[in-house]
Design a protein around this ligand. Structure first.
Ligand SMILES: C[S@@+](CC[C@H](N)C(=O)[O-])C[C@H]1O[C@@H](n2cnc3c(N)ncnc32)[C@H](O)[C@@H]1O
Length: 275
């Protein structure tokens, strides 16, 4: 099995759509009349959750006129947010076939399919012509990709000149061991966490100019604390990332929280402009 097959296997659940629909029913949502907000606990598979997605939308200057590529779109939370809140058209690609199917199914239930669509593809071989998109996002995906030079050159190719690219990845920000399993990888074999300096260098090499860089560590830690408090008071919520990750969720989330607290990793957003 090559790395991409192992990564897709890592994320594949097997019965994800039915498990999410069941959790939504339990939470009292009308599954035939969903709003993207109903899904917010489960469909933002990154640190800082919906709040981090909102920051990215602002930094990308999205509008009705923007066609966005979401690289590694997961089950579609960020894409649906960009569509609903900004009226942007979004094309998501993801390696994991089940995530693509669930992303399209949930988007239909939110009646956003005219704006947001998803297809299976690798970020290292984007199935689009050059200069197709006005903006791009990549949210917590680079940790699964060793060849970031190829990744950034692919995104650069499909963007129009002067387009904005928001990278929001978990990066190495300090010394120390990264424990596994993590949410993105069960072992170090499919984990390629880079430093901010790696990202800056490779973005520049691909032809991007860095416009801004911000760590979302404080946001992620604050939301972890809030989540712990809510779980202590009310138990696990019906909808949460544990629905995506299953049994392994507790250990993976625990490892990510402790490594974040120790400053070994942090979620970092970079805004790059195609020159
Ligand atoms: C942690 S999830 C983040 C999903 C989504 N961006 C979000 O924030 O909710 C990482 C996603 O990246 C996808 N991915 C990993 N490597 C990829 C690659 N080489 N090409 C496309 N997608 C990839 C995985 O399938 C998974 O859906």
């Amino acid at each position: 099995m090559d790395t991409e097959q192992q990564v897709a296997k890592h994320y594949t659940h097997g019965a994800l759509e039915s498990v999410i629909l069941e959790a939504l029913r339990d939470a009292g949502s009308d599954i035939d009349n969903l709003s993207p907000g109903d899904l917010a606990g489960v469909d933002e598979f990154h640190l800082g959750w919906r709040a981090a997605t909102m920051e990215i939308a602002k930094d990308l200057h999205l509008s009705r006129a923007t066609h966005v590529l979401d690289v590694g779109s997961g089950i579609g939370g960020p894409a649906r947010y960009f569509a609903e809140a900004n009226g942007a058209r979004v094309t998501g690609i993801d390696l994991t076939q089940e995530f693509v199917a669930v992303a399209n199914a949930l988007t239909r239930r939110c009646r956003l399919s005219d704006l947001a669509t998803f297809q299976q593809a690798s970020a290292l071989a984007l199935p689009f012509a050059e200069s197709t998109f006005d903006a791009a996002t990549m949210i917590h995906v680079g940790m699964n990709i060793a060849d970031k030079a190829k990744l950034f050159s692919e995104v650069h190719r499909v963007l129009r000149p002067h387009a904005r690219f928001a990278v929001y990845d978990v990066m190495r920000t300090g010394n120390g061991e990264i424990p596994y399993p993590m949410p993105w990888a069960a072992t170090p074999l499919t984990s390629f966490v880079g430093t901010p300096a790696d990202y800056r260098r490779l973005l520049a090499k691909a032809g991007f100019r860095l416009e801004g860089e911000v760590s979302r560590r404080d946001l992620a830690l604050a939301l972890f604390q809030e989540m712990r408090r809510k779980i202590a008071e009310h138990g696990l919520p019906k909808l949460g990332l544990h629905v995506l990750m299953g049994e392994a969720a507790k250990e993976r989330m625990g490892n990510v929280a402790v490594t974040l607290e120790r400053g070994i990793i942090a979620p970092v957003e970079m805004i790059a402009i195609k020159g």
